[in-house]
Design a protein around this ligand. Structure first.
Ligand code: MLT
Length: 305
C-alpha cells in the first residue's frame, strides 16, 4: 500500500477516493523542523501553501529514497523548491485550472468593496455609526481595469469586469494574446499610468522583488485602486500605506500579504483597505475541482485507469 501524506487539508471526497483506490491517506500537518523526519515512508505528499518544501526537507526525504511526487493542491509553487526536487528525481505538479474562477470572483469582490466602501461600512456600522453622507462611492462601469499578468485567473477577471462595463487593458510577459480583441494589450508602464483599478495576476519572483513600489505608485493616476489576490510580496506594503495615507492610492483590496498570517496592523486597520485572509481558492467548488485534479494526477502517476 502506498502512503500519501496530506499536510494542509484536501477536499473530503478526494480523501475518500484515495482510500477507495487503496492508498493510505494520512492527514497530518508537521512543523517545518518535523516534516523531513516524517517522510521516511511517504510516497506522495500533497500540500497547499502552509507547508514549505525546502531544500533541507527534500534532502531529508532523499535519505529515505521513498518520496517520488509532490502535489501542490493549488496554483502557486513558491512554497516548493521545484528545481531542487526535480534535480533529485522528485516530480512536482500543481492544479492550475481548478481555482481560477474563485480567485477571479474574489478580485472582483474587492473591487466592489473598495468602490462602494463595503469593507469600512461593515466595520463602522457594527460600531453603531451611520456614515451615509461620507461614503460617496464610484461606479466601476466605464473605469479602466489594468491587469498585470494575463493567465487563467486574469482572463476570468477580464471576462467578468468587461461584463460589468469596465474597459480592460492587460500586460503579460508573453506578449499580446491574439484571441482577446475586446481587451487591449499595453506595456507595464501604460497599465500603471492609465488604470483606475490595477489587479495583479502574476507569480512572485524573488529576483525581481516587488513590482508595485513607491516608483510605480508615483506614476499612477491620483486615486488609483490596487487589488492583489496573487502574492503579497508583489506589493511593497510600506510604500502602499504611505500612498493610502497621502490619498495617492484610493484603496487596496488585499487577499495576500508580505508575511502570512500578516501582523501589519497599520495596513489591516486602514479604512481604505479591504482584506481577506488568502482565501482566493477557498470555495466549495474550487476545492472540489482541486480534489478531482489531485486524484487524476495520482491515477496518472500510479498508472491507475
Ligand atoms: C494558490 O496558489 O493556489 C492560491 O494562492 C491558493 C492557496 O494557496 O491556497
Amino acid at each position: 500500500m502506498y502512503n500519501i501524506l496530506i499536510t494542509d487539508g484536501l477536499d473530503k471526497d478526494a480523501i475518500s477516493k484515495l482510500k477507495e483506490l487503496n492508498f493510505n491517506a494520512i492527514e497530518q500537518f508537521y512543523k517545518p523542523n518535523e516534516l523531513g523526519d516524517n517522510l521516511n515512508d511517504i510516497d506522495v505528499i500533497i500540500v497547499r501553501s502552509a507547508t514549505k518544501i525546502t531544500k533541507e526537507i527534500i534532502d531529508k526525504a532523499c535519505e529515505y529514497n521513498k518520496l517520488k511526487l509532490i502535489i501542490r493542491a493549488g496554483v502557486g509553487l513558491d512554497n516548493i523548491d521545484v528545481n531542487y526536487a526535480n534535480s533529485k528525481g522528485i516530480k512536482v505538479t500543481n492544479t492550475p485550472n481548478a481555482s481560477s474562477k474563485s480567485v477571479a470572483e474574489l478580485a472582483i469582490g474587492h473591487i466592489f468593496s473598495l468602490a462602494r466602501f463595503i469593507n469600512i461600512s461593515n466595520v463602522e456600522m457594527r460600531e453603531g455609526k451611520w456614515e451615509k453622507k461620507v461614503y460617496k462611492g464610484t461606479e466601476i462601469n466605464g473605469k479602466i481595469l489594468g491587469l498585470i499578468g494575463f493567465g487563467r485567473i486574469a482572463k476570468e477577471v477580464a471576462k467578468k469586469a468587461h461584463a460589468l462595463g469596465m474597459k480592460v487593458i492587460y500586460n503579460d510577459t508573453l506578449g499580446e494574446c491574439d484571441s482577446y480583441n475586446e481587451y487591449r494589450f499595453c506595456s507595464f508602464d501604460e497599465i500603471v499610468q492609465k488604470s483606475d483599478f490595477i489587479s495583479l495576476h502574476i507569480p512572485y519572483n524573488k529576483q525581481i522583488g516587488a513590482i508595485i513600489t513607491k516608483k510605480e505608485i508615483n506614476d499612477m493616476k491620483d486615486g488609483t485602486y490596487i487589488i492583489n489576490c496573487a502574492r503579497g510580496p508583489l506589493v511593497c506594503e510600506n510604500d502602499l500605506i504611505e500612498a493610502l495615507n497621502s490619498g495617492k492610492i484610493s484603496g487596496a483590496g488585499l487577499d495576500v500579504f508580505e508575511v502570512e498570517p500578516t501582523k501589519n496592523l497599520e495596513l489591516l486597520n486602514h479604512p481604505r483597505v479591504s482584506v481577506t485572509p488568502h482565501i482566493g481558492a477557498s470555495t466549495i467548488e474550487a476545492q472540489e475541482r482541486i480534489g478531482d485534479e489531485v486524484i487524476n494526477i495520482i491515477r496518472d502517476h500510479f498508472n491507475i485507469n
